[in-house]
Design a protein around this ligand. Structure first.
Ligand code: FAD
Length: 352
């Protein structure tokens, strides 16, 4: 379960952030308890106006701060009606590069999908093992585009996407039938749990699992992740929100094997550095926490020092969520492995 305070504090994103933006786009104002016990209201929690140009945007500062600046106790959120029509386009590609070109071509054509998701070959294989009835064709990349809005607009957008991606795809087709849309989204939502089928008894290791890179560099990044996977002998199935550049590599390890744990930590390190080399970020939506804190200096340069000064100004005693974002701990594979090595886990739900 995710709380609204947690979603705001990590500035959480979902599949539809490509059109609707992250949580920060929906937070109008906050009530926050500061480290010294003072309670403040930001944005339109105090004023009730829907917009304001008055002073610094403290709402934006605190959203995404992972609880390091204060505790959010109340939020005012923007709401909108659910779009009345939806359609889905499925594109099948023999090469990752063609999938990347398709996404860029769709944006260049001026169509604004509400979601664009990618599944790599291993994910497609995993879904077929997990739910054979879905029977996805064997391809190197599968793209799902969702469009929403009014019925004629949705049909026009879906047809236009098929037209634009047609030259790159083995096959492209669209549907506005509820059953077809549900079946394809079900396939996508199963993937987090299904990847475990590729290696029975394995654990999914959540490290290096949330990078985000420029859309144009997605195919190159996916190829590089495959190369890292092969070199460290750790199977990785990758899916993500390609429309915004977000990728979730799913590393499958035997959680009882200390050597595999060390290797997957190196895999995570290489994936984080890869994201930075590509001009991206080590975390597209899950947040920094302690795991990605070692990369913040490289990711932000001198801006990290400004963040640290803000943190010290508001929380001079460092009592709010210490050890995350601003500290620079050793990388996990440089630390001794003291924790007991556990049994393989069963993941019944898709973690996103
Ligand atoms: C397997 C997995 C999958 C995930 N998938 C996604 C995803 O698809 N998209 C996505 O955006 N994120 C994802 N996340 C990241 C994260 O779980 C979400 O961002 C979620 O919204 C966090 O909410 P929570 O209530 O669980 O917060 P917690 O995990 O409890 O807390 C998250 C952070 O926010 C702080 N915090 C929590 N509540 C408050 C508050 N009221 N005031 C101040 N600080 C607070 C905590 O100190 C902590 O630093 C995933 C995480 C995991 C482990």
């Amino acid at each position: 379960m995710a709380t609204v305070g947690g979603m705001a504090s990590t500035n959480a994103h979902g599949m539809r952030a490509v059109k609707y933006g992250p949580t920060s786009a929906w937070v109008l104002g906050l009530e926050v308890v500061l480290p010294d016990g003072q309670i403040i209201e930001t944005g339109s929690v105090g004023s009730r106006a829907k917009q304001s140009s008055a002073g610094l945007e403290l709402t934006r500062l605190i959203v995404g701060a992972e609880g390091t600046l204060g505790v959010i106790t109340r939020l005012r959120l923007k709401l909108m009606p659910i779009p009345i029509a939806r359609a889905i386009v499925v594109g099948l590609f023999d090469a990752l590069e063609q999938a990347g070109q398709s996404v860029q071509a769709v944006f260049a054509a001026g169509v604004g999908p509400s979601a664009i998701e990618i599944l790599d070959e291993r994910c497609v294989q995993a879904i077929n093992l997990y739910r054979p009835a879905i029977a996805l064709p064997r391809v190197e990349a599968l793209l799902l585009f969702e469009v929403d809005g009014n019925p004629p607009g949705v049909r026009w957008d879906a047809e236009r996407i098929c037209e634009v991606i047609g030259p790159f795809a083995r096959r492209a087709e669209w549907s506005d039938e509820t059953a077809r849309i549900s079946a394809l989204w079900e396939a996508r939502s199963l993937v987090g749990a299904a990847v475990g089928m590729l290696r029975p008894g394995s654990n999914r290791a959540y490290c290096g699992e949330d990078i985000c890179v420029p859309v144009a560099r997605m195919p190159e990044t996916l190829r590089a992740v495959q190369e890292i996977s092969a070199r460290h002998r750790i199977p990785i199935a990758t899916y993500g929100h390609i429309g915004g550049g977000g990728l979730h590599p799913g590393h499958l390890i035997d959680g009882r094997d200390a050597d595999e744990i060390q290797r997957v930590l190196r895999v995570a390190d290489e994936i984080h550095l890869l994201a930075l080399r590509m001009g991206g970020t080590t975390t597209g939506e899950h947040g920094v926490g302690a795991a990605r804190a070692p990369y913040m200096a490289q990711e932000h340069g001198p801006a990290l020092d400004v963040m640290r000064r803000l943190k010290r100004a508001l929380d001079p005693n460092g009592i709010m969520n210490p050890g995350v974002i601003f500290d620079t701990p050793a990388l996990p594979f440089e630390m001794p492995l003291n924790a007991p090595v556990g049994e393989p886990a069963v993941a019944p739900i898709d973690p996103g």
